[in-house]
Design a protein around this ligand. Structure first.
Ligand SMILES: Cc1cc2nc3c(=O)[nH]c(=O)nc-3n(C[C@H](O)[C@H](O)[C@H](O)COP(=O)(O)OP(=O)(O)OC[C@H]3O[C@@H](n4cnc5c(N)ncnc54)[C@H](O)[C@@H]3O)c2cc1C
Length: 367
Protein backbone atom coordinates (compact mmCIF):
# COMPACT_ATOMS: atom_id res chain seq x y z
CA UNK A 1 0.00 0.00 0.00
CA UNK A 2 1.33 3.43 -0.80
CA UNK A 3 -1.46 5.61 0.59
CA UNK A 4 -1.68 6.33 4.34
CA UNK A 5 -3.72 8.65 6.51
CA UNK A 6 -0.55 9.77 8.32
CA UNK A 7 3.15 9.49 7.53
CA UNK A 8 5.47 10.07 10.48
CA UNK A 9 9.00 11.11 9.51
CA UNK A 10 11.49 9.69 12.04
CA UNK A 11 11.53 6.42 13.97
CA UNK A 12 13.19 7.61 17.21
CA UNK A 13 11.32 7.78 20.51
CA UNK A 14 9.17 10.65 19.20
CA UNK A 15 8.01 8.92 16.01
CA UNK A 16 7.63 5.54 17.70
CA UNK A 17 5.51 6.86 20.62
CA UNK A 18 3.34 8.98 18.35
CA UNK A 19 2.91 6.06 15.95
CA UNK A 20 1.85 3.76 18.80
CA UNK A 21 -0.80 6.25 19.90
CA UNK A 22 -2.15 6.87 16.38
CA UNK A 23 -2.08 3.42 14.79
CA UNK A 24 -5.39 2.23 16.27
CA UNK A 25 -7.16 5.30 14.84
CA UNK A 26 -5.66 5.72 11.36
CA UNK A 27 -3.42 4.04 8.79
CA UNK A 28 0.08 5.14 9.77
CA UNK A 29 3.52 4.73 8.18
CA UNK A 30 6.79 5.59 9.94
CA UNK A 31 9.64 6.50 7.61
CA UNK A 32 13.15 6.12 9.05
CA UNK A 33 16.17 6.96 6.93
CA UNK A 34 18.58 4.79 8.96
CA UNK A 35 18.74 0.99 8.92
CA UNK A 36 17.91 1.00 12.67
CA UNK A 37 15.35 3.19 14.43
CA UNK A 38 16.88 4.86 17.47
CA UNK A 39 20.29 5.30 15.84
CA UNK A 40 20.43 9.04 16.61
CA UNK A 41 19.41 10.97 19.78
CA UNK A 42 17.22 8.17 21.16
CA UNK A 43 20.05 5.65 21.24
CA UNK A 44 22.49 8.07 22.88
CA UNK A 45 20.68 9.31 25.97
CA UNK A 46 21.80 9.13 29.57
CA UNK A 47 18.49 7.50 30.39
CA UNK A 48 16.93 9.24 33.36
CA UNK A 49 13.52 10.65 34.31
CA UNK A 50 13.89 13.87 36.32
CA UNK A 51 11.03 16.31 36.81
CA UNK A 52 13.21 19.40 37.22
CA UNK A 53 15.23 18.65 34.04
CA UNK A 54 14.37 20.83 31.05
CA UNK A 55 12.82 23.69 33.01
CA UNK A 56 9.37 24.64 34.32
CA UNK A 57 7.69 24.40 30.88
CA UNK A 58 8.79 20.79 30.50
CA UNK A 59 8.06 19.66 34.07
CA UNK A 60 4.28 19.13 33.55
CA UNK A 61 5.04 16.78 30.62
CA UNK A 62 7.61 14.83 32.65
CA UNK A 63 5.39 14.64 35.72
CA UNK A 64 2.39 13.46 33.67
CA UNK A 65 4.56 10.81 32.00
CA UNK A 66 5.80 9.40 35.32
CA UNK A 67 2.86 7.13 36.22
CA UNK A 68 2.66 5.81 32.63
CA UNK A 69 6.37 4.91 32.63
CA UNK A 70 6.18 3.46 36.14
CA UNK A 71 3.18 1.18 35.71
CA UNK A 72 3.86 -2.44 34.65
CA UNK A 73 3.79 -2.61 30.86
CA UNK A 74 2.43 -5.58 28.87
CA UNK A 75 4.87 -4.80 26.04
CA UNK A 76 7.77 -5.07 28.50
CA UNK A 77 6.96 -8.46 30.09
CA UNK A 78 4.78 -6.74 32.68
CA UNK A 79 7.70 -4.72 34.07
CA UNK A 80 8.14 -0.98 34.64
CA UNK A 81 10.48 1.11 32.48
CA UNK A 82 11.70 3.01 35.55
CA UNK A 83 14.01 2.00 38.41
CA UNK A 84 15.09 4.02 41.46
CA UNK A 85 17.95 6.51 41.12
CA UNK A 86 17.46 9.93 42.93
CA UNK A 87 19.31 13.13 42.00
CA UNK A 88 21.54 15.15 44.28
CA UNK A 89 21.77 18.74 42.98
CA UNK A 90 25.09 20.10 44.24
CA UNK A 91 26.53 23.59 44.37
CA UNK A 92 29.27 25.78 45.74
CA UNK A 93 28.83 29.18 47.43
CA UNK A 94 28.51 30.92 44.04
CA UNK A 95 25.50 28.70 43.15
CA UNK A 96 23.25 30.05 45.93
CA UNK A 97 20.99 31.88 43.43
CA UNK A 98 20.62 28.73 41.27
CA UNK A 99 19.70 26.76 44.39
CA UNK A 100 17.07 29.38 45.26
CA UNK A 101 15.56 29.17 41.76
CA UNK A 102 15.45 25.38 41.91
CA UNK A 103 13.54 25.47 45.19
CA UNK A 104 11.10 28.23 44.18
CA UNK A 105 10.44 27.17 40.53
CA UNK A 106 9.21 23.71 41.57
CA UNK A 107 7.68 24.49 44.97
CA UNK A 108 4.49 22.47 45.42
CA UNK A 109 5.16 20.54 42.17
CA UNK A 110 8.24 18.40 42.78
CA UNK A 111 9.52 17.02 46.09
CA UNK A 112 12.92 18.66 46.78
CA UNK A 113 14.79 18.30 50.08
CA UNK A 114 17.65 20.60 51.10
CA UNK A 115 20.48 18.38 52.42
CA UNK A 116 24.15 18.48 53.34
CA UNK A 117 25.49 16.98 50.08
CA UNK A 118 28.54 15.35 51.70
CA UNK A 119 26.30 13.11 53.78
CA UNK A 120 24.73 11.75 50.56
CA UNK A 121 27.79 11.41 48.29
CA UNK A 122 31.00 10.37 50.08
CA UNK A 123 34.07 11.81 48.37
CA UNK A 124 32.46 15.10 47.36
CA UNK A 125 35.06 17.85 47.76
CA UNK A 126 34.59 20.24 50.71
CA UNK A 127 33.67 23.36 48.69
CA UNK A 128 30.45 21.63 47.48
CA UNK A 129 28.38 22.78 50.44
CA UNK A 130 24.94 23.20 48.83
CA UNK A 131 22.72 20.18 48.29
CA UNK A 132 19.14 19.55 47.23
CA UNK A 133 17.90 15.98 46.94
CA UNK A 134 15.26 15.09 44.33
CA UNK A 135 14.19 11.64 45.57
CA UNK A 136 11.70 10.71 42.82
CA UNK A 137 14.29 10.64 39.97
CA UNK A 138 14.46 7.30 38.15
CA UNK A 139 16.59 5.54 35.56
CA UNK A 140 14.73 4.71 32.33
CA UNK A 141 15.27 1.54 30.31
CA UNK A 142 15.34 3.51 27.04
CA UNK A 143 15.92 0.61 24.66
CA UNK A 144 13.02 -1.38 26.09
CA UNK A 145 10.72 1.67 26.08
CA UNK A 146 11.51 2.42 22.43
CA UNK A 147 10.98 -1.22 21.44
CA UNK A 148 7.71 -1.34 23.39
CA UNK A 149 6.40 1.71 21.50
CA UNK A 150 7.37 0.07 18.20
CA UNK A 151 5.77 -3.26 19.16
CA UNK A 152 2.54 -1.48 20.09
CA UNK A 153 2.66 0.46 16.82
CA UNK A 154 2.98 -2.72 14.74
CA UNK A 155 0.40 -4.65 16.76
CA UNK A 156 -2.12 -1.88 16.10
CA UNK A 157 -1.52 -2.15 12.35
CA UNK A 158 1.23 0.44 11.84
CA UNK A 159 3.90 -0.02 9.17
CA UNK A 160 7.53 1.06 9.42
CA UNK A 161 9.97 1.41 6.53
CA UNK A 162 13.63 1.51 7.53
CA UNK A 163 16.40 2.85 5.26
CA UNK A 164 13.77 5.05 3.62
CA UNK A 165 14.31 8.82 3.64
CA UNK A 166 11.75 11.49 2.91
CA UNK A 167 13.32 13.61 0.18
CA UNK A 168 10.53 16.10 -0.59
CA UNK A 169 6.77 16.52 -0.42
CA UNK A 170 4.18 18.72 -2.05
CA UNK A 171 0.51 19.29 -1.32
CA UNK A 172 -1.76 17.21 -3.54
CA UNK A 173 -5.56 17.20 -3.29
CA UNK A 174 -6.44 17.24 0.40
CA UNK A 175 -3.12 15.66 1.37
CA UNK A 176 0.45 15.17 0.24
CA UNK A 177 2.56 13.43 -2.41
CA UNK A 178 5.87 12.38 -0.83
CA UNK A 179 9.04 11.55 -2.74
CA UNK A 180 11.13 9.09 -0.76
CA UNK A 181 14.25 7.00 -1.39
CA UNK A 182 11.81 4.08 -1.70
CA UNK A 183 9.48 5.73 -4.21
CA UNK A 184 6.39 7.96 -4.03
CA UNK A 185 3.84 7.77 -1.19
CA UNK A 186 0.54 9.60 -0.73
CA UNK A 187 -0.84 10.64 2.63
CA UNK A 188 -3.24 12.99 4.36
CA UNK A 189 -0.97 14.32 7.13
CA UNK A 190 2.81 14.52 7.54
CA UNK A 191 4.00 14.34 11.16
CA UNK A 192 7.51 15.71 11.56
CA UNK A 193 9.34 13.68 14.24
CA UNK A 194 12.74 14.04 12.62
CA UNK A 195 14.72 15.21 15.68
CA UNK A 196 17.77 17.20 14.59
CA UNK A 197 16.45 17.18 11.01
CA UNK A 198 13.06 18.70 11.90
CA UNK A 199 13.72 22.02 10.15
CA UNK A 200 15.23 20.25 7.11
CA UNK A 201 12.13 18.06 6.81
CA UNK A 202 9.93 21.15 7.02
CA UNK A 203 11.90 22.84 4.22
CA UNK A 204 11.67 19.67 2.10
CA UNK A 205 7.88 19.93 2.42
CA UNK A 206 7.77 23.63 1.53
CA UNK A 207 7.08 24.59 5.18
CA UNK A 208 8.95 27.47 6.86
CA UNK A 209 11.38 26.19 9.51
CA UNK A 210 10.89 27.09 13.18
CA UNK A 211 14.55 27.51 14.11
CA UNK A 212 14.95 24.12 15.79
CA UNK A 213 18.66 23.96 16.61
CA UNK A 214 20.63 20.74 17.17
CA UNK A 215 23.16 21.09 20.02
CA UNK A 216 25.81 18.45 20.57
CA UNK A 217 26.17 16.76 23.96
CA UNK A 218 29.16 14.57 24.85
CA UNK A 219 29.04 11.65 27.29
CA UNK A 220 31.90 9.57 28.78
CA UNK A 221 31.87 6.26 30.58
CA UNK A 222 34.60 6.38 33.21
CA UNK A 223 36.10 3.57 35.25
CA UNK A 224 36.32 4.83 38.85
CA UNK A 225 37.06 1.88 41.15
CA UNK A 226 36.72 4.17 44.23
CA UNK A 227 33.01 4.84 43.45
CA UNK A 228 31.46 4.13 46.87
CA UNK A 229 28.28 2.48 45.56
CA UNK A 230 26.36 1.86 42.34
CA UNK A 231 23.24 3.08 44.16
CA UNK A 232 24.48 6.64 44.59
CA UNK A 233 22.21 9.33 43.15
CA UNK A 234 22.81 11.11 39.88
CA UNK A 235 24.91 14.15 40.82
CA UNK A 236 23.90 17.33 38.99
CA UNK A 237 25.80 20.61 39.22
CA UNK A 238 23.40 23.48 40.03
CA UNK A 239 25.70 25.69 37.96
CA UNK A 240 25.00 23.54 34.86
CA UNK A 241 28.64 22.48 34.25
CA UNK A 242 28.30 18.70 34.55
CA UNK A 243 26.29 15.77 35.78
CA UNK A 244 27.24 12.16 36.37
CA UNK A 245 25.49 8.99 37.43
CA UNK A 246 26.72 5.56 38.48
CA UNK A 247 26.44 2.92 35.77
CA UNK A 248 27.07 -0.32 37.65
CA UNK A 249 29.96 -1.06 40.01
CA UNK A 250 32.95 1.26 39.60
CA UNK A 251 31.59 3.06 36.54
CA UNK A 252 29.97 6.43 35.93
CA UNK A 253 28.43 8.19 32.94
CA UNK A 254 29.58 11.81 32.88
CA UNK A 255 28.82 14.82 30.70
CA UNK A 256 30.24 18.36 30.81
CA UNK A 257 26.75 19.61 29.85
CA UNK A 258 28.11 20.88 26.53
CA UNK A 259 25.74 22.45 24.00
CA UNK A 260 27.78 23.04 20.85
CA UNK A 261 25.67 24.10 17.83
CA UNK A 262 25.90 21.45 15.11
CA UNK A 263 24.38 20.70 11.73
CA UNK A 264 22.16 17.60 11.84
CA UNK A 265 24.58 14.66 11.54
CA UNK A 266 25.91 11.45 13.08
CA UNK A 267 27.36 13.31 16.09
CA UNK A 268 30.82 12.40 17.38
CA UNK A 269 32.31 13.27 20.79
CA UNK A 270 34.39 16.41 21.00
CA UNK A 271 37.88 15.96 22.56
CA UNK A 272 37.76 19.36 24.25
CA UNK A 273 34.46 18.43 25.89
CA UNK A 274 35.95 15.10 27.02
CA UNK A 275 38.88 16.86 28.71
CA UNK A 276 36.55 19.46 30.26
CA UNK A 277 34.29 16.72 31.63
CA UNK A 278 37.14 14.93 33.40
CA UNK A 279 38.45 18.20 34.85
CA UNK A 280 35.02 19.13 36.22
CA UNK A 281 34.49 15.62 37.61
CA UNK A 282 37.79 15.79 39.46
CA UNK A 283 36.90 19.22 40.84
CA UNK A 284 33.74 17.69 42.30
CA UNK A 285 34.83 14.31 43.77
CA UNK A 286 38.08 12.75 44.98
CA UNK A 287 37.59 9.42 43.16
CA UNK A 288 40.56 8.77 40.81
CA UNK A 289 39.65 8.15 37.15
CA UNK A 290 41.25 4.92 35.94
CA UNK A 291 40.09 4.98 32.33
CA UNK A 292 37.71 6.48 29.79
CA UNK A 293 36.02 3.28 28.64
CA UNK A 294 33.59 4.75 26.11
CA UNK A 295 32.57 8.13 24.81
CA UNK A 296 29.76 9.20 22.54
CA UNK A 297 27.75 12.25 21.53
CA UNK A 298 24.23 12.99 20.43
CA UNK A 299 22.23 15.96 19.24
CA UNK A 300 19.60 17.52 21.49
CA UNK A 301 17.33 19.73 19.40
CA UNK A 302 15.72 22.85 20.80
CA UNK A 303 13.15 25.37 19.57
CA UNK A 304 14.16 29.01 20.25
CA UNK A 305 12.35 29.05 23.65
CA UNK A 306 13.56 25.52 24.54
CA UNK A 307 10.00 24.17 24.93
CA UNK A 308 8.94 21.34 22.60
CA UNK A 309 6.72 21.95 19.55
CA UNK A 310 3.54 19.87 19.18
CA UNK A 311 0.75 20.82 16.81
CA UNK A 312 -0.30 21.61 13.25
CA UNK A 313 1.68 24.24 11.40
CA UNK A 314 -0.51 27.37 11.42
CA UNK A 315 0.32 28.18 7.77
CA UNK A 316 0.66 24.82 5.98
CA UNK A 317 -2.40 22.56 6.32
CA UNK A 318 -1.71 18.89 7.05
CA UNK A 319 1.79 19.45 8.42
CA UNK A 320 2.12 18.44 12.10
CA UNK A 321 5.16 19.32 14.25
CA UNK A 322 6.39 16.84 16.89
CA UNK A 323 9.86 18.19 17.45
CA UNK A 324 12.23 20.12 19.74
CA UNK A 325 12.35 17.40 22.42
CA UNK A 326 15.73 18.73 23.62
CA UNK A 327 17.19 16.73 26.51
CA UNK A 328 13.84 15.41 27.71
CA UNK A 329 12.32 13.48 24.79
CA UNK A 330 12.48 10.09 26.48
CA UNK A 331 11.09 11.08 29.87
CA UNK A 332 8.23 13.07 28.31
CA UNK A 333 7.34 10.59 25.56
CA UNK A 334 4.13 9.09 27.04
CA UNK A 335 2.44 12.43 27.80
CA UNK A 336 3.75 14.09 24.63
CA UNK A 337 2.44 11.29 22.40
CA UNK A 338 -1.01 11.42 24.04
CA UNK A 339 -1.14 15.19 23.66
CA UNK A 340 -0.08 14.99 20.02
CA UNK A 341 -2.65 12.27 19.31
CA UNK A 342 -5.43 14.47 20.74
CA UNK A 343 -4.28 17.48 18.70
CA UNK A 344 -3.75 15.54 15.49
CA UNK A 345 -7.03 13.61 15.65
CA UNK A 346 -9.06 16.57 17.02
CA UNK A 347 -9.97 14.62 20.18
CA UNK A 348 -10.54 15.73 23.77
CA UNK A 349 -7.47 15.64 26.02
CA UNK A 350 -7.21 12.24 27.77
CA UNK A 351 -7.55 12.25 31.57
CA UNK A 352 -3.87 11.33 32.10
CA UNK A 353 -2.77 14.66 30.58
CA UNK A 354 -5.72 16.86 31.57
CA UNK A 355 -3.33 19.16 33.49
CA UNK A 356 -1.30 20.08 30.38
CA UNK A 357 -1.72 23.33 28.46
CA UNK A 358 -1.32 22.57 24.73
CA UNK A 359 -0.89 26.29 23.96
CA UNK A 360 2.51 26.19 25.71
CA UNK A 361 3.80 23.86 22.97
CA UNK A 362 1.97 24.98 19.81
CA UNK A 363 4.03 25.97 16.75
CA UNK A 364 2.00 29.16 16.20
CA UNK A 365 3.97 30.80 19.03
CA UNK A 366 6.79 31.23 16.47
CA UNK A 367 4.76 32.45 13.49
C1 LIG B 1 23.69 12.72 25.36
C2 LIG B 1 22.21 12.80 25.50
C3 LIG B 1 21.62 12.50 26.72
C4 LIG B 1 20.23 12.53 26.86
N1 LIG B 1 19.66 12.12 28.04
C5 LIG B 1 18.31 12.09 28.15
C6 LIG B 1 17.70 11.60 29.33
O1 LIG B 1 18.37 11.18 30.27
N2 LIG B 1 16.33 11.62 29.40
C7 LIG B 1 15.55 12.07 28.36
O2 LIG B 1 14.33 12.09 28.47
N3 LIG B 1 16.13 12.52 27.22
C8 LIG B 1 17.47 12.54 27.09
N4 LIG B 1 18.05 12.99 25.94
C9 LIG B 1 17.18 13.55 24.89
C10 LIG B 1 16.53 12.48 24.07
O3 LIG B 1 17.49 11.53 23.68
C11 LIG B 1 15.88 13.16 22.86
O4 LIG B 1 15.03 14.21 23.27
C12 LIG B 1 15.06 12.16 22.06
O5 LIG B 1 15.80 11.01 21.78
C13 LIG B 1 14.59 12.80 20.76
O6 LIG B 1 13.89 11.80 20.06
P1 LIG B 1 13.53 12.00 18.54
O7 LIG B 1 12.78 10.79 18.11
O8 LIG B 1 12.91 13.34 18.37
O9 LIG B 1 14.95 12.11 17.79
P2 LIG B 1 15.87 10.96 17.15
O10 LIG B 1 16.05 9.82 18.04
O11 LIG B 1 17.11 11.64 16.67
O12 LIG B 1 14.99 10.46 15.93
C14 LIG B 1 14.77 11.23 14.78
C15 LIG B 1 14.86 10.28 13.61
O13 LIG B 1 14.43 10.93 12.41
C16 LIG B 1 15.12 10.33 11.34
N5 LIG B 1 15.05 11.20 10.16
C17 LIG B 1 15.52 12.47 10.06
N6 LIG B 1 15.28 12.94 8.80
C18 LIG B 1 14.62 11.98 8.13
C19 LIG B 1 14.11 11.87 6.81
N7 LIG B 1 14.23 12.88 5.93
N8 LIG B 1 13.51 10.72 6.43
C20 LIG B 1 13.37 9.68 7.31
N9 LIG B 1 13.85 9.73 8.58
C21 LIG B 1 14.47 10.86 8.98
C22 LIG B 1 16.54 10.19 11.90
O14 LIG B 1 17.29 9.24 11.19
C23 LIG B 1 16.29 9.81 13.35
O15 LIG B 1 16.34 8.40 13.55
C24 LIG B 1 19.43 12.94 25.76
C25 LIG B 1 20.02 13.25 24.53
C26 LIG B 1 21.39 13.16 24.40
C27 LIG B 1 22.01 13.46 23.06
Amino acid sequence: MNRFDIVIVGGGIAGASLGAELAARASVLILEKEAAAGYHATGRSVAFWEETYGGPQVQPLTTASGPMLLSPDPDFSGRSFLSPRRTLHVGRAQDAAARGRLLTDYAGKVVLEPVDPRTVVPGLRPDWTLGVLEPAVKDIDVGSLHQAWLRRFRRRGGEMRLSTALRSARPQGDGWRLETSGGPIDCGVIANAAGAWADDVARACGVAPLGIAPLRRTVLQLRVPALPSADLPLVMDMGGRFYFKPEGEGRVWLTPHDEAPSPPCDAAPDEMAVAQAIMRFQEAVDWPVEAVERKWAGLRSFAPDRAPVYGFDPVMPGFFWFAGQGGFGIQTSPAAALLARALLMGEAMPQAIASLDPAAYCPSRFR
